[in-house]
Design a protein around this ligand. Structure first.
Ligand code: W6P
Length: 377
């Protein structure tokens, strides 16, 4: 095999701790009846393929899926060139299909985890509110205990990683099964030439549309997208859905602050929200800049916690099931801490600089995907 020199692929391949890999986690899932267990195959797909071909492919793909992929122009094939898909025993193909269905089911089943946890945190807050006397504790805890905060940070960081790997596995499997040509610049869910202009434009339109519906506006505030001097776009290797998620969250905050500061009827006064893209050698930074009045410095630590939300009415579970339900402009207040985790997952970061009374600058630093190790604690 010719493993490509990319930490992303390295971490995919070598990840075999107690949570992932060929050991307890996956066996446990197969043991729960969540997916059909192929009766004749006792070992992992990779082991079966290895046995069948008497080849050492352990450095290839622990999930046994054979895929050709081009990363940064280099050829990546987990199996040696003399092995092709038709050489793989039928049990392995069956096993892979069952495994694929299994992980798809798992991913879907865990879609609502963020809101489930958010309801748990709301219950915890409510419990504190009821049990702590205002005399003893006039400001009932506004910050989660540090242990809970760091647990949730680690939990969500791990979840981002696991879901990315499942998404990558699904995308690669589908690409290898469909025989249709995967777009030249995609390796599963990774886009080797993620266009900031394209992703940011979509995020801007999505955030503006939610802002318009939420405030009942005819036209939401304008957002200007500014590329580096002399460039019409910046492309880099990243996962477009992650980038969209982060920009969308930042833009919703900026648009809401703008409308709330000047009022929904003062559309002539709304300052433009600016998205400024800078391209360095190692970092790409996107600044989302608004004049929505900012946050006082004393409020800054709160925005990174899982307890802080400025949404005035707490969302009820049944709200989500109503068919006239409008996506909340401000939900549980998880947008910022989760976006920072997404940024940090690939070696980036998210920082807010506020001028209370003027506005907020959000700096989204993105490391080019190829040079960051997986940051799981
Ligand atoms: C604000 C508060 C905020 C958070 C994140 C991004 C932008 C903004 N603007 O007023």
């Amino acid at each position: 095999p010719t493993p490509v020199d990319s930490p992303y692929l390295r971490s995919t391949i070598s990840r075999s701790g107690p949570h992932l890999g060929n050991h307890g986690f996956l066996r446990g899932i197969f043991g729960t009846g969540a997916a059909p267990h192929p009766p004749t195959v006792q070992s992992t797909p990779a082991e079966v393929v290895k046995k069948a071909h008497n080849l050492d492919i352990t450095s290839a793909n622990s999930l046994g899926v054979t895929t050709k992929a081009s990363v940064k122009g280099r050829y990546y094939n987990p199996l040696p060139p003399e092995v092709n898909l038709s050489d793989i025993p039928p049990q392995v193909t069956e096993y892979n299909a069952a495994f694929l269905k299994c992980v798809e089911t798992i991913k879907r089943r865990h879609d609502p985890v963020v809101s489930t946890i958010a309801y748990g945190v709301l219950e915890l807050k409510e419990h504190w509110r009821r049990t702590s006397s205002p005399l003893i504790n006039p400001q009932f805890p506004r910050l989660l205990p540090a242990a809970v905060q760091s647990f949730l940070d680690r939990f969500y960081m791990s979840r981002i990683g696991i879901r990315m790997l499942i998404g990558q596995h699904i995308a690669l499997s589908q690409a290898s099964m469909s025989h249709s040509s995967n777009p030249e610049d995609h390796v599963g869910i990774i886009c080797t030439r993620t266009s900031i202009r394209e992703v940011a434009s979509h995020a801007i339109e999505d955030a503006r549309s939610i802002c318009r519906d939420y405030f009942g506006l005819y036209t939401p505030p304008t957002v200007d997208l500014v590329m580096p001097k002399g460039k019409s776009d910046v492309e880099f290797m990243y996962i477009p859905s992650h980038l969209h998620h982060m920009l969308f969250e930042l833009l919703k905050n900026s648009l809401r602050a703008t409308v709330e500061r000047f009022g929904p009827d003062a559309e002539d006064e709304w300052p433009v929200v600016k998205v400024i893209v800078a391209e360095g050698e190692r970092d790409i930074t996107v600044k989302v800049q608004d004049e929505g009045g900012g946050i006082p410095r004393s409020g800054m630590p709160l925005v990174w916690t899982y307890m802080y939300t400025t949404a005035s009415t707490p969302m009820l579970e049944e709200d989500y099931n109503r068919n006239d339900f409008n996506a909340p402009l401000a939900g549980f207040g998880y947008g910022l801490p989760l976006s920072r985790l997404y940024a940090r997952y690939f070696g980036g970061d998210l920082k807010l600089i506020c001028m209370e009374g003027y506005g907020t600058d959000a700096y989204l630093h993105l490391s080019r995907l190829a040079d960051s190790p997986e940051p799981l604690p």
